[in-house]
Write a protein that binds this ligand. Structure first.
Ligand code: 3LM
Length: 387
């Protein structure tokens, strides 16, 4: 299996040995029969392999972890009940009081809030290197570097190989949130990044009907994240949700191609509209990192398009958003349905105003998650809303 499109269908899945069922069954069970006392003791001592309790591991969840690890080229992965549970488990599992975490923003507002909030609470120094740059922010105490493969909502890129190199030179673990790109467009581990993270709630699920997160990387790094996140925090993914992600990922390559096609058409249309000041889409030659995007992203430039209105005001954003008909006004992204939101008042309302403005998230900014509908219909909807 060399092609991602084949691996998206088959990786992690085998006909059920008990029944021959082709689709991975939902193992809707809390506990597993341990056998004899000594067999149970061996399982709990880690001297034998097998399932014990679904908070620690579950066959449906394990199939999903194997599929995602395969797609990201990772040795191991651990799934969680949300992307946010994945983020907090990663921090709690790998950082100690006194450590330093450096991030390049903007990040999803919830992640930034989590980093800043948990950092303060747990004695971790959190440094925002968005303006000053990564090289200047790294110190001997830096233990972790955090980036998004396409930033939410401004759709900027970071040179992942360079981020990985700098982090490694300082003995820090590099983390890339690959939610916006998915392994179809970016595979950070191949660039030297240590851990990759997803909110599966978005493109991996793809249908807006399940919440989940996952972290993938080396067995050495995933083990403490699993132990803390599942064993201590208890943020495990439910088997029924794992089933939805397993099913969603099978069509991810096809969906991503449609998202990318629609997003490019939408971005090109917006770019030519007089009511629009700037369009942020890495597939446009006008994007300041178009060359990096061409090098780093494979197979397309993603399904997200963010734009700034010529009149940079909340009232103008409301005028446009409130008139959309095909795009639903909602947070979240990556669904087959098109969604639109106002980041300053929703996804990034948790970020202090000054940091938000420094990251370029203004009141006249609108973020689109372009679904898989026909691009002409999406363009027509935007056309009538912009007026
Ligand atoms: C959003 N984002 O609309 P969950 N990493 C990234 C994300 O975009 C998100 C998470 C992690 C949005 C959610 S805003 C109230 C809704 C890049 C989520 C967190 O915990 O699964 O939501 O993932 O931008």
């Amino acid at each position: 299996m060399t092609h991602l499109r084949t691996r998206a269908v088959h990786a992690g899945q085998h006909p059920d040995p008990a029944t021959g069922a082709i689709t991975t069954p939902i193992s809707q069970t809390t506990a597993f029969a341990l056998g004899t006392l000594e067999q149970g003791a061996a399982l709990f001592a880690g001297q034998a392999d097998g399932y014990r309790y679904s908070r620690f591991a579950n066959p449906t969840v394990a199939a999903l972890e194997a599929k995602l690890a395969d797609l990201e080229g990772a040795a191991a992965a651990v799934a969680f009940a949300s992307g946010t549970a994945a983020c907090s488990s990663l921090l709690l599992g790998l950082l100690q009081p006194g450590d330093e975490l450096v991030f390049l923003g903007p990040l999803y507002g919830g992640t930034e809030g989590l980093l800043r909030g948990m950092g303060e609470r747990w004695g971790i120094r959190v440094v925002d290197a968005t303006t000053g740059g990564l090289a200047a922010a790294l110190t001997p105490a830096t233990r972790m570097v955090w980036v998004e493969t396409l930033t939410n909502p401004t759709l900027r890129l970071h040179d992942l190989a360079e981020v990985a190199r700098l982090a490694r030179a300082h003995g820090a673990i590099s983390v890339a949130d690959n939610t916006f790109c998915t392994p179809m467009l970016a595979r950070p581990l191949e660039q030297g990044i240590d851990l990759v993270l997803h909110s599966m709630t978005k493109y991996l699920g793809g249908h807006g009907d399940a919440t989940g997160g996952i972290v993938a990387g080396s067995a050495e790094l995933i083990a403490p994240v699993r132990k803390t996140g599942l064993g201590h925090v208890g943020g495990n993914l439910a088997p029924a949700e794992a089933y939805l992600f397993l099913r969603g990922i099978k069509t991810l390559p096809l969906r991503m191609a449609a998202h990318c096609e629609g997003a490019l058409a939408v971005a090109q249309f917006l770019q030519s509209h007089p009511a629009v000041r700037t369009v942020h889409y890495p597939g446009l030659p006008s994007h300041p990192q178009h060359d990096l995007a061409r090098r780093q992203l494979q197979g397309g430039f993603g399904g997200m398009v963010t734009f700034e209105l010529a009149r940079d005001e909340r009232a103008e954003a409301a005028r446009v958003l409130d008139r959309l008909q095909l795009f639903t006004q909602a947070v979240s992204l990556g669904d087959v349905d098109s969604l639109a939101c106002h980041p300053a008042s929703t996804t990034h309302s948790f970020v202090p105003q000054q940091a938000r403005e420094a990251a370029g998230v203004g009141e006249g900014m609108i973020r689109l998650s372009v679904g898989i509908e026909h691009p002409d219909d999406l363009v027509a909807d935007l056309g009538q809303a912009l007026g």
